[in-house]
Design a protein around this ligand. Structure first.
Ligand SMILES: *[C@@H]1O[C@H](CO)[C@@H](O)[C@H](O)[C@H]1NC(C)=O
Ligand SMILES: *[C@@H]1O[C@H](CO)[C@@H](O)[C@H](O)[C@H]1NC(C)=O
Length: 136
């Protein structure tokens, strides 16, 4: 009787863990533009992959870390510039501003970021532009 309950849980855990590893692999690639491009090109990595823990996109991680080449590469391979994490509803542009990543904030703004989208607190992209000390 116990096995019947434990087995599905075990499977769920295994899948969750592998999912997580895959996402971490994607995050590691952000620092290695050439590998990132190769993985996106070969289909080993989905440019719109969402992390299972915080529901954050790879693009939002690249924005947070301030990695313009990774941002450009992900966008080139179809990453959604307006994807908002499920928790705080922030676009990658908003995240770049939050983390003081001026160059990436600018890049995202010039790449079709919708400044009318609002985060969970009702602030939109224009509010973030005012918040940003980055000469946008
Ligand atoms: C992430 O998304 C999943 C599936 O939609 C959801 O069950 C989970 O609560 C979300 N986690 C966070 C931290 O928002
Ligand atoms: C931008 O977001 C606003 C608010 O959600 C929406 O009404 C508008 O259609 C969007 N604009 C584009 C170009 O998608």
């Amino acid at each position: 009787m116990k096995t019947l309950i434990v087995l599905p849980l075990l499977f769920a855990q295994i899948f969750c863990i592998s999912d997580r590893e895959l996402f971490n692999k994607g995050k590691d690639m952000l620092n290695q533009p050439e590998k990132l491009r190769n993985m996106l090109e070969s289909g080993d990595l989905d440019s719109n992959m969402i992390g299972p823990i915080c529901n954050r996109s790879l693009l939002s991680w690249a924005a947070q870390k301030g990695l313009p080449i990774a941002v450009e590469t992900l966008l080139q391979y179809g990453a959604n510039v307006n994807f908002r994490d499920r928790k705080k509803r922030k676009t990658p542009f908003m995240i770049a501003v939050d983390f003081g990543q001026a160059a990436v904030a600018k890049l995202l703004m010039n790449s079709g970021t919708n400044l009318s989208l609002m985060d969970l607190n009702g602030l939109n992209g224009y509010d973030y532009m005012r918040k940003c000390n980055c000469n946008l």
